[in-house]
Design a binder for this molecule. Structure first.
Ligand code: SF4
Length: 663
């Protein structure tokens, strides 16, 4: 006879945790311990507790407890009113409700809170055994909305006949219910109730065991399931196995069907989540005795261990069972306890207690086995790195834009950190001007793209310039879609040449010709603008083919020929500044942008050979505005008309020079 032992037989995480908590309290010996219902569905185990002074009570017994009593709440949890009663009476209690069951309590309470806030008509549908203590505890968490408990699809169909189709239905399951039944109910409910949310709350221990027992049943002539007769998960294992193979449900070795076993070639063995290892061991040893040429329990266990050992480098999802300051213990569903040291967490500075909690699901990578101690070192850092690398590859292939913080300036570039990855950005791809210091980028949040990856060294090169280039292109496209003649922009002077100034309009540069900068005649644009100045410009011309834009800066509002009439009329006296000298006279600025001519004959009350004999550039003199010609845009000024004649004035030069002005 060949015996196939399920690698997932025996205490699950929740039961082991509860038993360990109880064991600690017994050893402490400070209180008289009372369990609210049996801790596990195993008669032998429960009897051993009684022998050690632990008493099993019902809720009705709470009134008669001694003062030093400690009430122990088992993995199933208890209804909220019972907890409230314990607290009202000041009875000390230790809550060993399995974290997976607690999670269902939280879902019900949170969904109820949200439904009340949204004013939604809500019904909870719970797949489970209506008399099971876990179900009673879950039901008690919904105070305002009904909880319909169904055992399977038949009952769901009956409920659906009279139920409100439009109500918001929330589907949950008892942790140990059948996975297949849950799937059937979900498929039916999807059509029956359009407004439905499903929480798959079946414990993965249950799921794994059910899958495992199915595999064993397919290879066996008989399956033996060991566990209490009232244990829900054990009963589920029996029913799953029975669908495939002949199955017997026993509580202990004494109940083994000896005659039947002798006729079987291959016998599978599995056990419920509350069956102690000692009971499984006895069952295997008894079976071995029946066929004394079979392996011992230790050999079976070793074989099971071998089968259950995950490969080094393999990723395994387990459950956090303990959190210490320097390491986290993980139940990997095998006989080895996973040890996750803080050095194997992505950030070794992480506060483990704040980041990991008992009952959390965690995926780790197998590193190194220590068989004598029954432990295996695991790493989360490597799992994160592997996931990260997949993400990096995806971002590289899709060209996605990522964002991160500059964490270091190194030789040749900078390092940018994003979540758990660090990228090198060469100086030429930082977007900083060539040769500029990169120090000011330190600490900045930057957007970047991955432009090169090295799958062997798991390194990625990123470019900030690429993102800037794309942003610039997008701005350009937007600009060209919106630009039109006369549109006004506020731009920044980017550069100055002898013939004009280039202005950045936000992604696109335009040119303001020197003559468009000012109404004054300029020798250089630098007389009125500097690089970095913010100036207002308007579009004069657009060439969409060459993508060139001519801009104007001076406007009619600042046209001096429009301003002049408000300031001066012919006959007015003005103080002006000499701006240039010629042989036939001197030009003086009347108002900014308009220069008038003081003809040589009008400079003094005597004959002079050269204007420079009397005037110098920069002199301020008083003049009379003799004439303003708006058509020819010329202004004639006279100093002489304000002076007393010393001698008869010479006739004006035979050929009069032009009375000129500004442009
Ligand atoms: S079977 Fe799952 S839910 Fe139940 S006690 Fe064990 S770990 Fe918790």
């Amino acid at each position: 006879m060949k015996i196939l032992l399920s690698e997932h037989a025996g205490f699950c995480f929740g039961v082991r945790r509860a038993v360990e908590l109880l064991e600690k309290e017994i050893l402490r010996g400070e209180k008289e311990i009372f369990t609210l219902g049996h801790i596990i569905h195993n008669e032998d185990f429960n009897e051993s507790l009684v022998r050690r002074g632990v008493k099993n009570i019902e809720v009705g017994d709470l009134d008669t407890l001694p003062e030093d009593a400690l009430v122990f709440v088992r993995t199933h949890g208890i209804p909220l009113p019972v907890i409230e009663r314990l607290e009202e009476k000041g009875i000390t209690y230790l809550d060993a409700t399995c974290p997976f069951v607690k999670k269902i309590h939280s879902i019900v309470q949170e969904e109820e809170r949200k439904s009340l806030a949204d004013g939604k008509e809500t019904v909870f549908v719970l797949l489970g055994d209506c008399n099971h203590p876990e179900v009673l505890g879950i039901v008690s968490c919904a105070k305002r909305f009904p909880v319909v408990v169904i055992s399977g699809l038949d009952e769901l169909e009956r409920y659906a006949k009279n139920a409100s189709r439009d109500a918001y239905h929330i589907f949950l399951s008892q942790t140990t219910h059948s996975v297949a039944e849950w799937e059937k109910c979900c498929n039916y409910a999807k059509d029956a109730f359009p407004n439905t949310v499903f929480y798959d709350t079946i414990c993965n221990v249950t799921e794994i065991r059910q899958k495992d027992v199915r595999v064993i049943a397919e290879q066996s002539d008989l399956v033996v399931i060991v566990g209490g007769m009232t244990s829900s998960n054990t009963k589920k294992l029996v029913s799953v196995s029975k669908e495939i193979c002949e199955t017997v449900h026993i509580r202990n070795a004494q109940e083994l069907p000896r005659k039947k076993l002798k006729k079987k070639m291959t016998v599978g063995v599995s056990a419920g989540a509350s069956t102690p290892d000692s009971v499984i061991k006895e069952v295997i040893e008894t079976m071995s005795e029946i066929k004394n040429d079979e392996m011992s329990f230790e050999e079976m266990l070793e074989e099971s261990l071998k089968n259950s050992k995950k490969r080094v480098g393999e990723e395994v999802t387990g459950i956090v069972t303990s959190v210490f300051s320097n390491e986290v213990h993980v139940d990997l569903g095998t006989k080895h306890t996973g040890i996750l040291p803080s050095s194997e967490v992505a950030d070794s500075e992480t506060n483990l207690a704040a980041s990991f909690h008992v009952g959390d699901e965690i995926t780790v990578m197998i590193q190194k086995y220590n068989d004598p101690e029954g432990i295996v070192m695991v790493s989360k850092k490597k799992v994160d790195a592997r996931a990260n690398w997949s993400k990096i590859q995806e971002a590289y292939e899709s060209g996605a834009t990522l964002s991160g913080k500059v964490v270091s300036v190194i030789k040749g570039g900078i390092l940018v950190a994003e979540e758990n990855a660090t990228y090198f950005v060469p100086a030429s791809l930082t977007g900083a001007p060539k040769g500029a210091s990169l120090d000011p980028m330190m600490g900045q949040e930057v957007a970047f793209k991955i432009v090169e990856i090295d799958p062997v060294k798991k390194r990625a090169v990123a470019s900030i310039r690429e993102v800037l280039r794309e942003e610039k292109k997008a701005l350009e496209e937007k600009f060209w879609a919106e630009v039109e003649v006369d549109k006004v922009y506020t731009g920044v002077v980017k550069s100055i040449t002898s013939y004009g100034a280039f202005v950045d309009l936000g992604g696109v540069d335009g040119m303001v010709h020197i003559t468009e900068l000012s109404w004054k005649k300029l020798k250089s644009p630098a007389e009125v603008v500097s690089v970095g100045d913010e100036i207002t410009v308007f579009v004069k011309e657009i060439n969409t083919e060459t993508r060139k834009i001519s801009l104007g800066h001076k406007t009619e509002d600042t046209n001096p020929w429009k301003i002049l009439p408000e300031k001066f009329q012919a006959g007015d006296i003005a103080t002006v500044k000499i701006v240039s000298l010629t042989t036939f006279g001197a030009f003086a600025e009347l108002i900014p942008g308009i220069d008038g001519l003081i003809h040589i004959s009008q400079i003094a009350n005597r004959k002079i050979a050269n204007p420079a004999d009397v005037l110098a550039i920069g002199d301020e003199v008083q003049v009379e505005v003799v004439d303003i010609n708006y058509e020819t845009r010329r202004v004639s000024l006279s100093m002489r008309s304000l002076l007393q004649d010393e001698e008869p004035a010479e006739e004006a030069a035979a050929e009069e020079a032009p009375a000129t002005d500004a442009e």
